[in-house]
Design a protein around this ligand. Structure first.
Ligand SMILES: Cc1cc2nc3c(=O)[nH]c(=O)nc-3n(C[C@H](O)[C@H](O)[C@H](O)COP(=O)(O)OP(=O)(O)OC[C@H]3O[C@@H](n4cnc5c(N)ncnc54)[C@H](O)[C@@H]3O)c2cc1C
Length: 440
């Protein structure tokens, strides 16, 4: 069992791609703690199937920018979109240097697949488990660093702050039962999305937006909390629990959507929100609980090499994708809103950063373009690490002690109950935002 120290240079909350890439890009002379609620493989990063976007060449810039803005209903922040696209090639090079294996053409060049909303193929992939490939490689590198400690089963229940400055976190170790009050010069929320607050979601159930609730409690700005993305195609089942995603690149490679009479009813390659609306309208019209997805238009060899996990999961559920259609239904998938952060991951509170799905830096606007989220998480986590390094200063220990002494420890006497109250707070905030400013 790992005993945590009192003071770390940087505490990173979350061990998905955002948290790991932040740790990897911080200076090696800093003592870094990465904590996560469960084991590191219980992150949405691990689940990503389709892939990660990359600017193919200079000629692709305008198209990639336009596709991202169009999918986001032009609510995206153009400067952030530009920053992401311009840094995408370097980021993919970083991943390859870390050992990530992407699909290649016969001549050794990167192979690209296509997903809805993209005007051309520009998505790097590793079979249908790109997220697992990236996350395991990053984790291997992080674990090799003597200055970084990764600790599972530690849940952040609060931050310690005073005068709009963050001094660290309050965290509960669910294995040894200890409640830690950890000081940190910098705290980074890399704590993922909020799918766990919804009944039907592709996300891990543990991702319930704790960081959002904590920020709401302490007056740290949170934007567009009602900007929730629904994925058009998850495998339909009557069982409760996490929904299994049928990647958009299946449609990008030629799969078609069919109604109850096995007739096509929409353009499958429109952005996600448009396809979702079409499916829900068709289900209503047909009086069904799902529509059908036919993967048989995709060449058999392509299905075998590109989508092995999907084929296997469908088989486990009793569907042979080579012989029949599979039932699919939309489910909550991604969170475009989040803790307000700038191009360097800085929030509105001093010494507190937010990166990855938990933050809202304006890249995605009102709707995320497929395969932009791994890229966004990785790029802005790296930028946050560089920003911390460039502006490093120590906390004032007297102020940190005062923030610690001001905590009401009774609040943490039952952390599971506290987390449930956070979940309700997030749901209420979503409802409120939806009433005030409904999304079109
Ligand atoms: C099924 C699925 C498929 C996807 N496919 C793609 C794809 O093909 N391409 C793409 O670009 N994107 C895809 N996405 C989205 C993408 O995977 C995520 O947006 C991205 O991985 C988010 O990374 P993250 O590091 O911000 O969060 P996550 O990877 O979700 O990690 C969150 C971390 O925070 C920790 N945490 C949360 N709360 C606390 C707390 N209170 N205390 C301590 N730790 C906490 C968790 O334990 C976890 O370690 C997919 C998502 C899903 C669900």
């Amino acid at each position: 069992m790992i005993e945590l120290e009192k003071y770390y240079d940087v505490v990173i909350v979350g061990a998905g791609v955002a948290g790991l890439n932040c740790a990897l890009n911080l200076p090696r002379d800093k003592k870094i703690l990465v904590i996560c609620k469960d084991t590191p493989d219980k992150s949405d990063s691990y689940l990503a199937q389709g892939g990660i976007c990359r600017l193919v060449d200079d000629a692709d810039y305008e198209g990639y920018f336009r596709d991202t803005m169009r999918a986001g209903h032009y609510e995206n922040d153009p400067a952030t979109v530009e920053c992401m696209i311009r840094n995408s090639q370097e980021l993919i090079d970083d991943l390859i240097a870390c050992g990530v294996r992407f699909a290649r053409n016969a001549d050794g060049s990167l192979a690209y697949t296509r997903e809805g909303g993209h005007s051309r193929p520009r998505i790097c992939f590793h079979e249908d488990c790109t997220g697992r490939e990236i996350t395991t490689r990053l984790m291997r590198k992080v674990r090799s660093l003597p200055n970084v400690l990764v600790v599972p089963y530690v849940t952040v229940a609060d931050i310690m702050c005073r005068g709009n400055e963050c001094f660290g976190v309050v965290a509960k170790d669910s294995k040894n039962g200890k409640l830690y009050r950890l000081y940190a010069d910098y705290t980074v929320f890399a704590s993922g999305g909020l799918g766990g607050v919804f009944e039907n979601s592709t996300n891990f159930r543990i991702l319930t937006g704790d960081a959002l609730a904590i920020c709401l409690d302490h007056g740290v700005a949170v934007d567009h909390i009602n900007y929730i993305q629904i994925h058009p195609t998850t495998l339909y089942t009557r069982e409760r629990g996490r929904r299994f995603l049928i990647s958009e690149s299946v449609r990008g490679e030629g799969a078609v959507l069919l109604d109850k009479n096995f007739r096509r009813f929409c353009d499958e390659l429109q952005p996600r929100d448009v396809v979702t609306k079409n499916i829900l309208a068709q289900m209503k019209k047909d009086g069904t609980e799902h529509v059908w997805l036919d993967m048989r238009p995709i060449p058999r060899e392509e299905v075998i090499s590109h989508f092995p996990s999907i084929v296997q999961r469908c088989l486990d559920e009793g569907f042979d994708v080579f012989r029949e259609c599979i039932p699919v239904v939309p489910a909550q998938h991604y969170f475009m809103g989040g803790i307000r952060s700038d191009l360097e991951g800085r929030t509105t509170m001093k010494r507190l950063y937010a990166v990855g799905e938990t933050c809202c830096n304006g890249v995605h606007g009102a709707n995320r373009l497929a395969s932009n989220s791994l890229l966004e998480s990785l790029i802005f986590a790296k930028r946050a690490a560089k920003d911390v390094a460039a502006n490093y200063s120590r906390i004032d220990l007297n102020a940190a002690r005062a923030a610690e002494e001001a905590l009401d420890l009774e609040k943490y006497s039952n952390v599971p109950a506290l987390l449930r109250s956070y979940k309700n707070k997030v749901l209420e905030a979503i409802k409120e935002a939806e009433n005030e400013q409904p999304r079109n």
